[in-house]
Design a protein. Structure first.
Length: 232
């Protein structure tokens, strides 16, 4: 991610509907687990790392960008500059690894999932999110440095190849997919980093929250979430 985009994301993510609702998923997932040591890979400015800390985890943010690390530290977080393909963390020392919208930036994504599996303790969990469906490929993907979008099989494949067992796989932003697809195909850059009017922001948040009550996780969305476990 470019330095300019890291600064913009850090400024917007506290209130922007997309980041806020993604953090709600993260919060719900970690509340299922007993807090321990967590590693937030590709943390950017640390918005997700803050959720982990708030939920009682001993969390460390990692990012390959020196600026991202500085931003995260400025928010009071423990942060380390590191490549997701070579994490400076002891093997078998982490209870939870989060990698939300990270793998799609890495050509050798299998190296990143191998590192996630390596640092997890037996029984540890990984929570991964990636953009899905190459039919949604647009200028947005170029703007934020994606090298791919995933289908269910490709995401499961790279996770299982690393030795992790998939516990759950589901789609997110299903209800908004038609609107997002139409917007993306006419856009000229990233739409995650643009300010949204309060009214539109509230409306989009309401639609995404509605998804939590509906059985739509098996349908096509904009993002895939995956929860996996390292077997004992």
């Amino acid at each position: 991610m470019r330095a300019q985009e890291i600064r913009r994301m850090a400024a917007l993510e506290d209130n922007h509907w997309w980041y806020r609702e993604r953090r709600a998923i993260l919060r719900a997932e970690v509340r299922r687990l007993r807090p321990g040591r967590a590693l937030d890979v590709g943390a950017a400015g640390g918005g997700n790392t803050l959720v982990l800390v708030e939920e009682g985890w001993e969390a460390t943010a990692t990012d390959c960008s020196e600026l991202a690390v500085e931003v995260a530290r400025g928010r009071g977080l423990r942060a380390v500059q590191a490549d997701a393909r070579d994490l400076p963390v002891e093997s078998g020392s982490v209870d939870l690894v989060t990698a939300l919208d990270v793998l799609e930036h890495i050509e050798e994504d299998y190296l990143a999932t191998e590192q996630i599996a390596r640092v997890l303790r037996p029984g540890g969990r990984a929570l991964i999110a990636v953009p899905c469906d190459m039919s949604l490929w647009s200028a947005h993907d170029y703007a934020v440095g994606h090298v791919r979008r995933y289908c269910r099989d490709s995401l499961i494949g790279v996770v299982e190849k690393a030795g992790l067992r998939v516990e759950r796989l589901w789609s997110w932003n299903v209800l908004l997919r038609p609107l997002i697809a139409r917007h993306r195909h006419s856009s000229t850059g990233s739409d995650h980093l643009r300010p949204v009017s309060p009214l539109v922001n509230a409306g989009l948040s309401a639609v995404v929250r509605l998804e939590r009550c509906l059985p739509v996780g098996s349908l096509r969305g904009v993002t895939l979430f995956l929860r996996a476990r390292l077997e004992s």
